[in-house]
Ligand binder design. Structure first.
Ligand code: VG1
Ligand code: CO
Length: 542
């Protein structure tokens, strides 16, 4: 029976860079999730016969939330709901299922790289029919709805058994529980030369893939150890756990430090890799060679034609604004389109749909292509493997060769996490007020060439997005970018992105933080970080 339940609006249900993220305890408040889901459904015109894809990263509260979403989707006019077994679907797998099933949309229950467990974070994001994150016009109208919502619709029914493959019903809606990996694995086999990668593993190539007890475990085991014949044990922490085994499923140099240390050790594997909570990020470290995500995008773009799925070449490359400019030079050399977008995958969707780009990426360990409309962690790892198999060179050789050809961008991101939100807002405001006066000003050896607040005009739908981060360019190819995170759940997080282009090969061997030391010092003194944020050092350096 469909019931209409009276409710009242909650404050702060504004989707950020990637959906709505809050503490689990907030999502557990009565009506909290329901209000947001109803607002999403109200923001889109659900057509008769519509299919919805639903899955999550397995974190605490995933199963309970999925039951609510199923009952609400059935009450709001969806005819078919496709759910991953156990409530498990990676973000890229949801994107693929939406596309292959010609679904109306999809819901991913995940707070991605944020920690999980009863005291951790939970999240929900909505994807539209192209498989990609809802564009701003959808999230804006859902947010508007959260402010005046007075009722939601839900079916009163018993819970669906999420662990049993096959079909059942809620009212007239068909619920289909599917294997979370199968369709995705089939897609990967069309893009990459699986026999060639299998031969690579058979020849003794060694790898460690850390699923961080998050969603990619089943995918990595099936594809790497199953289809590609990597030795059992190649994938570690493969069991998705509600609290990620107490870890923090963010594959960066802090939370995946053990992988870095392993890759740098004399008998480390040829390739170390990891993904995040919902499987859309990737970490790539070759033996003795860390690959920054920005370099990874550039290198994958320069070599993509070696993989069967990209043999015809790429139409273009897009990167988020704070991502280093390494990919720009590859686009130029290839003579293909190039776009610079605001942070967040939703901005790549139109470019991919319009065929203007084939590859895209972000400095935050996100890389992807037109095969889905999300970033895709395992895809990036497989493309690296295919390139390694084709070129018969090590990660280190490929990276250094790339730098020799294109130059190197020394790149780092310094995060000040959970700082006082008002102080961070004020810092950005004051910096913004100084932008017009900065060009021409000298700070020690540096001179500011230009400064602005990044705005993006979408060339496909004509929409404009402003205030997307402060860019300060210095003479000599250096850059500092400041922006506030849109994914945190406590206080504010200030991200400072720093880079310096170095064309001279004899200087490519420097250590990144040392190579950027002067720029780092300027980036903290210019807006007076220690005085305003009361922090002497960043909480995370990547
Ligand atoms: C961060 C990253 C951004 C990424 C977003 C979602 O956003 O910087 O590049 O798209 O997370 O990724 P922010 O606003 O905190 O800087 V995920 O893997 O958390 O969905
Ligand atoms: Co993620």
């Amino acid at each position: 029976m469909i019931k209409t339940i009276a409710t009242q609006p909650f404050d702060g249900q504004k989707p950020g860079t990637s959906g709505l993220r809050k503490k689990v305890t907030v999502f557990q408040e009565p009506h909290y999730l329901e209000n947001f889901v109803q607002s999403l459904f109200d923001a889109v015109d659900i057509i008769p016969g519509a299919t919805l894809v639903v899955g999550g990263d397995g974190r605490y509260h995933n199963r309970a939330a999925i039951q609510i979403v199923l009952k609400m989707a059935a009450a709001n006019g969806f005819s078919r709901i496709v759910v991953g077994r156990g409530g498990i679907l990676s973000t890229p797998a949801v994107s693929h299922l939406i596309r292959s099933r010609k679904a109306f949309g999809g819901i991913v229950l995940s707070a991605s790289h944020n920690p999980g467990g009863p005291d951790g974070d939970f999240g929900i994001k909505y994807n539209v029919g192209n498989g990609g994150p809802a564009p701003e016009k959808v999230t804006d109208s859902a947010f508007a709805r959260t402010k005046d919502i007075s009722a939601y619709r839900i079916v009163e029914a018993s819970d669906i058994d999420l662990d049993k493959l096959g079909e059942s019903r809620i009212e007239t809606a068909r619920i289909e529980i599917v294997d979370p990996v199968e369709d995705y694995a089939t897609l990967m086999a069309t893009l990459f030369d699986f026999p060639r990668i299998r031969a690579l593993f058979a020849s003794g190539f060694t790898m460690r893939f850390d699923s961080m007890h998050a969603v990619t475990g089943p995918y990595a085991v099936r594809i790497l150890e199953g289809l590609l014949g990597a030795p059992i044990g190649t994938v570690i922490n493969a069991q998705p756990l509600e609290d990620f085994g107490g870890g923090h499923p963010d594959p960066n140099l802090v939370h995946a430090r053990h992988l870095y240390d392993l890759a740098m050790s004399p008998d480390g594997p040829d390739l170390c890799a990891a993904s995040d909570g919902d499987g859309d990020r990737n970490l790539i470290i070759g033996k003795g060679q860390f690959v920054t995500p920005s370099d990874s995008l550039a290198i994958l773009a320069a070599n993509a034609h070696l993989a069967p799925g990209y043999r015809a070449g790429i139409a273009g490359i897009a990167r988020s604004m704070p991502t280093s400019r390494a990919a720009d030079r590859v686009a130029k050399a290839l003579g293909v389109n190039f776009y610079e977008t605001p942070t967040g995958w939703k901005f790549f969707g139109n470019l991919l749909d319009a065929g203007k780009i084939t590859l895209c990426g972000e400095e935050s360990a996100g890389t992807g292509s037109n095969h889905v409309r999300e970033k895709d962690g395992l895809w990036a790892v497989l493309l690296w493997l295919d390139i390694l198999a084709a070129r018969k060179q090590s990660v280190r050789e490929i990276v250094q060769d790339h730098w020799r050809t294109y130059g190197r961008d020394f790149y780092t991101r310094h995060d000040y996490e959970e700082v006082d939100a008002a102080a961070a807002e004020q810092l950005m405001k004051d910096l913004r007020a100084r932008l017009a006066a900065l060009p021409g000003q000298k700070f020690g050896a540096f001179e500011i060439a230009s400064a602005d607040d990044f705005a993006y005009h979408d060339p496909v739908d004509g929409s404009d997005s402003r205030n997307q981060g402060i860019r300060i360019l210095l003479q000599g190819g250096l850059r500092m970018v400041y922006r506030l995170s849109g994914t945190g759940t406590a206080g504010a997080t200030l991200r400072i992105y720093l880079e310096r282009f170095e064309p001279r090969p004899e200087h490519h061997g420097a250590e990144t933080q040392a190579a950027l030391a002067d720029l780092i010092a300027l980036s903290t003194s210019l807006p007076d970080i220690p005085g305003r944020l009361k922090r002497d050092a960043p909480s995370v350096i990547t």
